[in-house]
Design a protein around this ligand. Structure first.
Ligand code: ADE
Ligand code: ZN
Length: 332
């Protein structure tokens, strides 16, 4: 199964670039930029990655991101992830970045995006990996701040495919961001949102009804609402699920109890993704391997997840069809 997964062409649709910051790079950048981090060694950092909730992770994740300062830092971060993609046979990626995490500590929007886009372009030329960027608003901050970020992004609009919503879900429902999502949609951005990770199924419904999103990031808690389940199925609204993330943040107690296979069998357009691989112990292939084992997935289930990853992407139909044909032809 490991080799089947390794060589299978895949897309990744739920990946925070700040969540790919490996401890080794964190240390190198902290030293270079003279930034203090509360760890003595790489081993020390790894030991600190014990989480009991989304918030306990976010606190460490935002602190880690503080080592990123220059365009080159963002380039190096992104290129390291893209090299992983090459290694794992990921042919297309849709990457989240959190501009406010950086602009709020004085890093210019342009510094972040120019570094990230430089690496994306380079990887397309060198490895043929295609990509889109999704700018995520931090939901623990105000809608006014999200609007300010949207305005700041407009000179770089040609680099950005869509907008998303992430960070602390509980107490920050999609309804808080109705206006900025409407503005983003009017400006031509695709819309997605994290919903139903820790928040209940009403967050998913709100994301669909009020933010008009075309994908739900996570969506684990959709089963609480049977009508919603039918709607997700009828409209084939993709869920970008993240198994190892959900396990590490205690959204699920054991991957044997994870609902991904049940949702897939019900007919939902489910995809598997890595979320913040440097923090959760695995990139995309390790996520596929973990669920293959825990949920006893067949090769056909795995193939369906890979097909879904392209179906649910923002690629043009002809390009999607080409990738999907490749997966249908894939034998091992
Ligand atoms: N930011 C990075 N990873 C996240 C997650 N899993 N949920 C919400 N916000 C995030
Ligand atoms: Zn996420």
């Amino acid at each position: 199964m490991k080799y089947f997964i390794q060589n299978l062409p895949k897309a990744e649709l739920h990946l925070h670039i700040e969540g790919t910051l490996e401890p080794e790079l964190m240390f190198r950048l902290a030293k270079k930029n003279s930034i203090k981090i509360p760890y003595k060694s790489v081993e020390n950092v790894k030991k600190a990655y014990e989480f009991d909730s989304l918030q306990s992770f976010l606190d460490i994740y935002y602190a880690g991101a503080s080592v990123l300062k220059t365009k080159e830092d963002f380039y190096d971060l992104t290129m390291a992830y893209l090299l992983k993609c090459k290694e794992q046979n990921i042919l297309h990626v849709e990457i989240f970045f959190d501009p406010q995490t950086h602009t709020n500590r004085g890093i210019a929007f342009g510094t972040v995006i120019e570094g990230v886009v430089g690496a994306l372009n380079n990887a397309q030329e060198r490895f043929g990996i295609t990509s889109f960027l999704i700018m995520s608003f931090l939901r623990h901050l105000s809608e006014e701040e999200a609007i300010k970020t949207l305005m700041e992004s407009l000179p770089y609009k040609h680099f950005i495919k869509g907008v998303g919503l992430d960070s602390s879900e509980l107490g920050n429902p999609p309804s808080k961001f109705q206006k900025v999502f409407q503005m983003a949609q009017n400006a031509g951005f695709k819309c997605v949102a994290h919903a139903g990770e820790e928040g209940d199924s009403s967050y998913i419904k709100e994301a669909l009804d009020l933010l008009h999103v075309s994908r739900i990031d996570h969506g684990v808690r959709c089963e609480e609402d049977k009508q919603l389940m039918q709607r997700l199925k009828d409209d084939q609204i993709p869920l970008t699920m993240c198994p190892l993330s959900n396990l590490k943040l205690k959204v699920v107690d054991d991957l044997k109890n994870y609902n991904l296979k049940r949702l897939l069998d019900f007919g939902l357009l489910v995809t598997a993704n890595s979320d913040d691989p440097a923090y959760f112990g695995g990139y995309l292939n390790e996520n596929y391997e973990a669920i293959a084992k825990s949920l006893n997935l067949s090769k056909d289930d795995i193939r369906t997840l890979a097909i879904n990853s392209f179906k649910a992407s923002f690629l043009d139909k002809e390009v999607k069809d080409k990738y999907i044909e490749k997966i249908c032809q894939y034998q091992m």
